[in-house]
Write a protein that binds this ligand. Structure first.
Ligand code: FES
Length: 225
């Protein structure tokens, strides 16, 4: 099985939870994941690992990661797995929005491709990471509804529990409708990555249940609301 190595853990996980060393072809695309476990651990439960930023010798892994994964740990991994974000090549006003209970680091891998295509990017969250590019506009979550009217692409990260009330919590008059294209990352446990069909990651969509590990964890907004 393929492996990756934890080089560093960060106390402040708002930007990333860890620095990972791996081969370039192991780095997950934005929104995709590696399913990883530590074979040397007492509780080798698998957990998804998402990219927060590409590095020359690996990547910054988004939060959260299991606390038992310490620097020097070698993890066995499967993947890259799942459906990630599809940033439209003509998007020029990109809004990243992390709702309550979800780390903004799960969206930060979109910064590099968005800036590379000349887009302006705004991030809304209540606990913003430090050390982000100066050209990124950071706003509190209360600015989300207004920025939906500005954006031509929205990447939203929410918990599964917040999905049923998402329209109501987004603001008066459903500001989500104003965005030309929107995708939503649903944060759920994904212990088997689809191999055991455990169903732990199931998400209610407009067409019945979906598995976040295979059908997501990034969905088009119209699939879910
Ligand atoms: S994580 Fe087991 S089916 Fe999705």
């Amino acid at each position: 099985m393929a492996t990756i190595k934890i080089a560093e853990r960060f106390l402040d996980e708002r930007r990333a939870a860890a620095r990972i060393i791996c081969a370039p072809n192991q780095i997950p695309a934005p929104g995709q994941y590696l399913l990883a476990y530590d074979p040397a651990s007492d509780s080798p439960l698998a957990a998804p690992v998402f990219c927060a930023a590409r590095l020359a010798d690996g990547f910054l892994a988004a939060a959260p990661l299991p606390s038992a994964w310490t620097p020097g740990s070698t993890l066995s991994v499967r993947g890259r797995l799942g459906r990630g974000f599809h940033l439209p090549t003509n998007a020029r006003r990109v809004l990243l929005a992390a709702h309550v209970g979800v780390s903004p680091s799960l969206l930060l891998a979109l910064l590099e491709p968005a800036f590379a295509q000349g887009a302006s990017v705004a991030l809304t969250c209540d606990s913003p990471p430090e050390d982000l590019p100066a050209q990124l506009e950071i706003q509190p979550s209360s600015a989300f509804a207004d920025l939906c009217g500005w954006a031509d692409y929205l990447a939203l990260a929410v918990t599964r529990e917040s999905l049923p009330g998402l329209v109501e919590s987004s603001g008066v008059g459903n500001p989500l409708r104003a965005v030309r294209e929107a995708q939503i990352f649903v944060a759920v446990p994904m212990p088997c990555g689809g191999v055991a069909e455990c169903g732990v990651c199931s998400v209610v969509s407009s067409r019945g249940f979906k598995l976040a590990c295979e059908d997501g964890p990034v969905f088009n907004l119209t699939e879910l609301i």
